[in-house]
Design a protein around this ligand. Structure first.
Ligand SMILES: CC(=O)SCCNC(=O)CCNC(=O)[C@H](O)C(C)(C)COP(=O)(O)OP(=O)(O)OC[C@H]1O[C@@H](n2cnc3c(N)ncnc32)[C@H](O)[C@@H]1OP(=O)(O)O
Ligand SMILES: CC(C)C(=O)C(=O)O
Ligand SMILES: [Mg+2]
Length: 516
């Protein structure tokens, strides 16, 4: 099995993400985590960029013991000197030199001919050879460089003393077959290529960064460069966790492995996200919050029966606890029942059906149904014995200079429809007056409280009421994403309990409420 070296540039190309600025302490924290992650080489910064970055690279160089520490430099004496200054205390230092080779960069940016580019790069590699035994050379924008010229540049770099030649697709322009072909060609056509390592550095402008890096591996690349979470200039770099997990998951195909400590992936991702402020999208491969979460019923059913139906990797491998079955609009009964068992509820099939349809109603209103949501509506309703009144609709008219009015429609358990409208001191009072009118009940409301039982903008509100009638007191609870609906539900719930209690105490008094 071939070893693929991982070169992490989170602290250099990753830091080139707009808005990211890591101080020395933060770079050190990430560097130590990269060591735990088993990264072979880490690029700590660009020492010539600023005295602060030189100091940060120097701090990383002194602190890191289990990886090669790399510093980036233009092909200029002052940059190489700065990099030497930063890296001189490293146990295993490496200089990363670059000079663009593509026609666009040569003509417009460097204003150099091919010959001048070759001469400048050669002079820089040779100058660096005085200080460094490990030198990586990158022909920047290699992806858009004439292939025969790239072979010439690589040949020059090997002869001048480079130990690694890194091929950057600087602007993320190439497709895997094209990028792979560069490596194949270099391997076939450059004499002495076996003396050095070939490396791939890809950008994600067309979403090809990982695919291109893996195409390079298939065509002989020894090293892949990238960052944690794929951060980096513009659309970012190859995400190293994607490469390592691809090699692991598809060993059969790549016949290559990295020495990344896979169980440190999740922790590394969280740390980089926290210190750079770059939020990991939920759908990001490997480390996104949804990468091991399943929402739809058919998938959840498959997962419960056999995880490999819908998971090609296990969350435990990357250091997460377990896969998540997220309850939402697309979930089914199997996952719902499993969740209830997890939460400690054992329901009969009939209760499960009632609970499931309430869950679906809630899921239509909320993006994700949380454990608290489920507890709230299970405890609210499944214990119900008889629903004499059920609230069908409420309409409330409110304006701060108008009298609030509410219209309710209630259906009795015998199918009668009771519809009434009333005014009140506030919206809730208007709703309660309308319910009183519709049901014909006269009650005293002695307590009303409201709290949020879940979080976020679509949190559920839980209303709790206490009411009494002829010295019989009952409580009622209502839960909804809308507090007026929760208020109405709590009131109707209490009325149902009141009537039930009254029936138990006195025999039927339903004639009084006109239900017979
Ligand atoms: C593809 C990549 O990611 S490359 C790395 C990109 N990262 C960075 O640029 C971050 C750090 N950079 C910096 O802090 C600054 O750009 C510095 C300190 C390096 C240079 O700053 P300045 O001297 O003000 O130059 P500026 O950045 O405006 O322009 C770049 C100069 O370097 C030249 N240059 C660009 N690449 C190279 C190279 N690899 N080798 C030699 N010269 C180069 C440009 O042609 C330009 O030269 P000119 O001034 O003669 O026209
Ligand atoms: C410095 C080089 C390797 C780079 O980051 C690029 O070309 O994208
Ligand atoms: Mg780059």
């Amino acid at each position: 099995m071939r070893k693929i070296y991982l070169f992490d540039t989170t602290l250099r190309d990753g830091e080139q993400s707009p808005g990211v600025n890591l101080n020395t302490k933060e770079k050190l924290e990430i560097a130590h985590q990269l060591e735990r992650l088993g990264i072979d080489r880490m690029e700590a910064g660009f020492p010539a960029a600023s005295p602060g970055d030189l100091a940060a690279v120097n701090a990383v160089a002194k602190a890191v013991k289990n990886a090669t520490v790399v510093g980036l430099a233009r092909s200029r004496v002052q940059d190489i000197d700065a990099a030497y200054e930063a890296l001189k205390d490293a146990e295993d230092p490496c200089l990363h030199l670059f000079l663009a080779s593509s026609p666009i960069h040569r003509q417009h940016k460097l204003r150099m001919t091919k010959e001048q580019m070759l001469e400048a790069a050669e002079a820089a590699i040779k100058y660096a050879g005085k200080y460094f035994t490990k030198i990586q050379f990158s022909p920047e924008d290699a992806g858009r460089t004439e292939l025969d010229f790239l072979c010439q540049v690589t040949d020059m770099a090997i002869k001048a003393g480079a130990t690694v030649v890194n091929i950057p697709d600087t602007v993320g322009y190439l497709y895997p077959a094209e990028f792979g072909n560069i490596f194949k060609t270099l391997k076939e056509q450059v004499p002495g290529i076996e003396k050095i390592q070939l490396s791939a550095h890809c950008h994600d402008d067309l979403g090809m960064a990982t695919a291109n890096a893996l195409a390079a591996v298939l065509n002989g690349a020894d090293q892949v460069e990238g960052t944690i979470n794929g951060i980096g200039e513009r659309a970012g770099n190859t995400a190293l966790e994607e490469v390592a997990m691809s090699l692991e998951t598809r060993q059969d195909f790549f016949q290559a492995k990295s020495t990344m400590v896979l169980s440190e992936i999740a922790r590394s991702s969280r740390l980089v996200s926290k210190l750079t402020g770059m939020v990991v999208p939920g759908n990001k491969a490997i480390v996104g919050a949804n990468a091991f979460a399943h929402e739809s019923g058919i998938h959840q059913d498959g997962m419960l029966k056999e995880k490999t139906t819908y998971e090609i990797m296990s969350p435990e491998t990357i250091g997460l606890k377990e896969s998540k079955l997220v309850l939402g609009k697309h979930s089914g009964r199997h996952a719902f029942r499993e969740k209830l068992i997890d939460l400690g509820y054992e329901l009969s099939d009939e209760q499960l059906n009632i609970a499931f349809s309430k869950f679906k109603d809630l899921a239509d209103k909320k993006k994700e149904v949380s454990d608290e949501d489920i507890r709230a509506f299970i405890e609210e309703k499944i214990v119900d014995t008889q629903e004499i009144f059920s609230l069908q609709t409420i309409y409330v008219t409110y304006g701060n200079e108008a009298t609030p009015t509410a219209k309710v429609r209630i259906v009795t358990h015998e199918g009668d429809v009771l519809e009434q409208e009333a005014e009140g001191n506030g919206s809730v009072d208007a709703i309660y007056n309308a319910i009183d009118k519709a049901t014909g009940e006269e009650v005293v409301l002695s307590d009303y409280s409201i709290k949020s039982v879940t979080h976020g903008k679509d949190a559920q509100g839980e209303v709790h009421v206490v009411m009494s009638q002829d010295e019989v007191a009952v409580q009622g609870r209502g839960v909804s994403t809308d507090i007026l609906e929760a208020s109405a539900r709590a009131y109707v719930d209490a009325l149902n309990r009141l009537i039930e209690k009254r029936q138990l105490n006195n025999g039927s008094r339903r004639d009084k409420i006109g239900l017979v």
